[in-house]
Design a protein around this ligand. Structure first.
Ligand code: XMP
Length: 620
């Protein structure tokens, strides 16, 4: 809600993955900021001091232009358009857009004009994070480009006569290094007279939780991850330990020894009233024969609710209880939980059964507006021990979405690659000119080879879900480019090959290695193999502080000896909204590949070199 005492900036939410993040960043810069639906915006005497139009999954339509023409009439304060918002502002003022011809996802170099207001004091050349399929092809009259990128002549613009700015990239994500400074420069044009300081997060979250709880007993599903434990601590502080009950469900989809470790840990930390339900048989029975990732997510989410209901009945808690979930903001936005947002994947705490309970006011979500880094900060304020707060995130559906399945149907036929079948034409490597090739790297790049794999994974491209193939790249002569060049190559492959949304590398020479797709479902034997590989790899990666999370994924692909292929995906992130690839030492990677093969039935190890976007952190 607008606070009349404060100068405010409003973010109009067109459904972008980062709309809420923009508001967070603005607030962190000391300016009061609200998110609102575009239809709710009114120009007028009490209009915000500045306006930011967010990204969004759609292309700009005449309908958007009509809506904003009406809404912005008479509004003279500064406006910043981001991605979709940038395109919308350009079209609104008479520019021309082009759909889908030049796509850019992830890191992109730009050249900007340091005399332009948005880029004052910043380096001319910088890297920004992009995620778009459409772009501005022609600027409106009296607008000028203030930044350009390869394949994107208008990476930013400003209007000559009015404070109207646009950026095709995302200044709000942590992976745009100068993004905060760009937002700060925009805020400087808004003439904010009343600086804003956030309330203590702990007080706000605890009070909101107490109010939402009323006099009900709070019932929590505790996975043992950071979110659920911080939510538990918030509840205890809000209503006292006597009114908080919790349940850990061992779904059979946990990592090696994880449920037991969690219970031991919680007992040692003095958490009481936690029960455990061993539900492996139930989960595996319902997942039998299911291959589709969204279907698996739906089943797992539904089973959590069923187990919970059974438990509540057994405990005889009566009707006066509410379910507490450790939902954080990325879960909501990726599940399509804001008005214009696309569904990327249904997080386990947003399945229809839970949604029905939310609609009936039976669910309390203390962390629903927070990002992972904020949850960790809150946890620290609440006095939770640091090792617990530093644990890597682990998704609610667990290994159920890290074991990729195949229903045994015929493998898909090669798409879009013409004569060469699944092989990437060598020209994609030989024609690649990195921006600043090093002598060491140049040779390595040219001799690489690649192939599209016949499996699919989820990505997020231009704020929309994608479900496409990964490409695997290897070096027949064992020479590899240096990391920045490998990153640039992966980025370019995804931008240019419409059928893929990820790139993985294999240290093994795959020239003569064939992988066959085999019927694979979520079953005990496959889970055990994944658990073994995961445990070995996590042990070796523990203690590398740059790694934020390192999912290990089992593929339904088997080599001639019948050994299964795995993927390792260590990412560097802060809030899970964007992620970069951890540039692993190839010596260590070779050791990890050997560790993988040491597990019976495990074969090749691929290393995921895809940023988010275009790939999500998890594969499903
Ligand atoms: P993605 O894969 O969408 O994931 O980039 C972002 C973060 O969310 C975690 N994740 C989940 N967490 N329930 C959760 O509690 C889920 O259903 C779920 N799916 C993904 C993921 O591990 C990453 O940290």
């Amino acid at each position: 809600m607008l606070d009349p005492k404060l100068d405010c900036v409003a973010v109009l939410d067109f459904g972008g993955q980062y709309a809420h993040l923009i508001a967070n960043r603005v607030r962190a810069l000391g300016v009061y900021c609200v998110v609102m639906a575009p239809e709710d915006f009114r120009a007028g005497a009490d209009a915000p001091a500045g306006l930011i139009l967010s990204g969004g999954p759609q292309s700009v339509t005449d309908e958007h232009v009509r809506l904003m023409r009406a809404r912005l009439a008479g509004y003279g304060n500064p406006i910043l358009g981001i991605c979709f918002g940038h395109q919308l502002l350009a079209k609104l003022h008479g520019g021309r857009l082009v759909h889908g011809s030049e796509r850019q996802y992830g890191p992109t170099p730009i050249r900007c004009d340091p005399a332009a207001e948005l880029f004052l004091g910043l380096p001319t050349e910088q890297t920004v994070w992009m995620s778009h399929g459409d772009h501005v092809a022609e600027l409106p009259p009296r607008f000028r480009a203030t930044a350009t990128a390869p394949n994107c002549a208008v990476a930013a613009f400003e209007a000559d006569l009015r404070p109207i700015f646009g950026v095709q990239f995302h200044p709000e994500v942590v992976h745009t290094p100068h993004g905060n400074a760009i937002l700060k420069n925009f805020l400087a044009t808004c003439r904010i007279r009343t600086p804003w300081a956030p309330d203590g997060m702990r007080r706000r979250v605890v009070e909101q939780t107490r109010a939402a709880a009323g006099d009900a007993t709070l019932f929590l599903l505790v996975s043992g991850g950071v979110d659920s434990l911080v939510a538990l601590q918030v509840c205890i502080e809000a209503v006292g330990p006597g009114r908080v009950r919790s349940l850990h469900v061992d779904t059979g989809l946990m990592r090696l020894g994880e449920s037991d470790d969690i219970l031991k840990f919680l007992a040692a930390e003095g958490f009481r009233n936690i029960e455990i339900e061993r539900a492996e048989t139930r989960f595996l029975r319902e997942l039998a024969g299911v291959a589709d990732p969204e279907q698996k997510r739906a089943i797992i989410g539904r089973l959590f609710v069923e187990v919970l209901r059974d438990k509540l009945r057994a405990l005889n808690l009566g009707d006066n209880w509410k379910l507490v979930q450790g939902t954080i903001y990325p879960d909501t936005i990726e599940s399509g939980g804001t008005k214009n947002a696309a569904k990327i994947k249904t997080h386990h705490n947003r399945v229809p059964e839970i949604q029905a309970m939310i609609d009936r006011g039976l669910v309390v979500e203390p962390l629903r507006d927070l990002y992972k880094d904020e949850v960790r900060l809150l946890g620290r304020e609440l006095g939770l021990p640091q090792p617990l707060l530093d644990r890597h995130p682990f998704p609610g559906p667990g290994l159920g979405i890290r074991l990729l399945c195949h229903d045994g149907s015929r493998p898909p036929s090669p798409c879009g690659m013409g004569e060469s079948g699944w092989e990437l034409p060598p020209t994609v490597f030989t024609s690649f000119q990195p921006d600043s090739p090093t002598a060491q790297g140049r040779g390595g790049l040219q001799s690489l080879r690649g192939r599209i794999l016949p499996v699919k994974s989820v990505g997020v491209q231009g704020d929309e879900r994608s479900y496409r193939h990964p490409a695997v790249v290897w070096s027949p002569d064992g020479r590899w480019p240096v990391w920045p060049e490998l990153n640039a190559l992966a980025n370019r492959l995804v931008n240019e090959l419409a059928d893929i949304n990820r790139v993985v590398v294999s240290l093994e020479n795959l020239t003569d290695v064939e992988f066959a797709l085999r019927e694979t479902f979520v079953e005990r034997a496959g889970l055990d193999r994944l658990r073994q590989v995961d445990a070995r790899l996590q042990r070796r990666l523990a203690g590398i502080p740059e790694i934020w999370q390192a999912p290990v994924i089992a593929l339904p692909l088997f080599d001639a000896a019948g050994d299964q292929a795995f993927v390792l995906r260590p990412v560097c992130s802060r809030d899970a909204m964007t992620a970069d690839v951890y540039p692993i030492d190839f010596g260590l990677l070779a050791e990890l590949a050997r560790e993988t093969r040491a597990v019976p039935g495990a074969g090749a190890l691929f290393y995921d070199v895809t940023t988010k976007p275009p790939g999500t952190i998890e594969w499903e």
